[in-house]
Write a protein that binds this ligand. Structure first.
Ligand code: FAD
Length: 265
């Protein structure tokens, strides 16, 4: 990544750092340019909407990982940002981000339980990520879904319900349904939700003419062209949460298309 960034800077690109488009810079200002590429990612974490979710000790995986990995919260007070070091941590989710969060929580010294609503073979995370999480001592509790986060001043536990696997759903996996009466409590002082994330709506909402998909993603054609003339988009904001290499590929495709458009005009 670093060498890619240095290459872009060497090309003579003028970087405006610490500018939040839609707040510190009006979106309309962007439209004064001959072409715009939107690559604002999918940084808005989803939450389950559970009772108790606002208790101290509940984090989205994004917040938890940002605090530790980018803001060095693990070295608090040497760094300003704190993070609650759970002695018992429940991570909810089954993707790569859930594995990242579980492993980071382990390295902070907690006993970590990862809760996922389907079976182990249905985990969407890469096999290597799952294996590494297991090697680091993360406990997996499958076919289980949280229903409530317990606690008064802060998290003390997560109430869960066992799930039964039913007929295949639209994703060709068995549809999980709760088993009545199977509720149980996992003691926890930290709960990290890693159930996915979507595009941050800030910039996109300011452009009502921008065609959007069901999950708020920008709809683009194969060249990254959006529904607005001269506005292109790519990466997670268009595809939903994906990978670095796909985002970089989409940006290069759009850059070529923008170049062709400017030359033609
Ligand atoms: C915890 C985690 C682990 C991951 N691990 C991997 C991995 O191992 N390998 C992999 O390939 N992918 C991984 N991914 C996915 C990868 O990070 C994304 O697919 C990729 O970063 C998408 O690139 P992007 O440029 O579309 O968006 P981003 O990298 O999210 O960049 C978007 C940028 O736009 C900025 N922005 C947003 N809104 C505004 C605004 N209004 N004004 C100004 N700036 C704005 C954001 O601050 C951000 O800097 C991971 C993701 C997460 C969350």
């Amino acid at each position: 990544m670093q060498s890619e960034i240095e290459t872009v800077i060497t090309l003579g690109v003028d970087l405006k750092l610490n500018h939040l488009v839609g707040r510190s810079v009006p979106v309309n200002e962007l439209l004064n340019f001959d072409a715009v590429f939107i690559g604002t990612g999918a940084g808005l974490p989803y939450f389950m909407g559970l009772p108790g979710e606002n208790l101290p000790g509940v984090y989205s995986a994004n917040e938890f990982l940002t605090r530790v990995n980018l803001m060095h919260a693990d070295q608090f007070p040497a760094f300003d940002t704190p993070v609650k070091r759970g002695s018992r941590v429940v991570v909810v989710g089954g993707g790569n981000v859930a594995m990242d969060a579980a492993r980071v929580a382990r390295r902070l010294g907690g006993e970590v339980t990862l809760v996922y609503r389907r079976r182990k073979e249905d985990l969407p995370a890469r096999q290597a990520e799952i294996a590494r999480a297991e090697e680091e001592g993360v406990a997996f509790v499958m076919c289980t879904n949280p229903v409530r986060i317990l606690g008064e001043q802060s998290v003390t536990g997560v109430e869960c319900v066992r799930q039964e696997m039913g007929a295949e759903d639209a994703t060709k996996r068995p549809e999980p349904t709760p088993i009545p009466g199977s509720e149980f409590i996992l003691e926890a002082d930290v709960c990290v939700e890693a159930i996915g994330q979507g595009p941050n709506p800030l910039l996109i909402h300011e452009l009502p003419a921008l065609a959007r998909g069901k999950r708020g993603n920008i709809i683009v054609d194969e060249n990254g062209h959006s529904s607005i003339r001269h506005v292109y988009a790519g990466g997670d904001v268009a595809t939903g949460a994906a990978t670095v290499i796909l985002a970089m590929g989409a940006a290069k495709t759009a850059a070529h298309a923008i170049d062709r458009m400017l030359k033609e005009e």
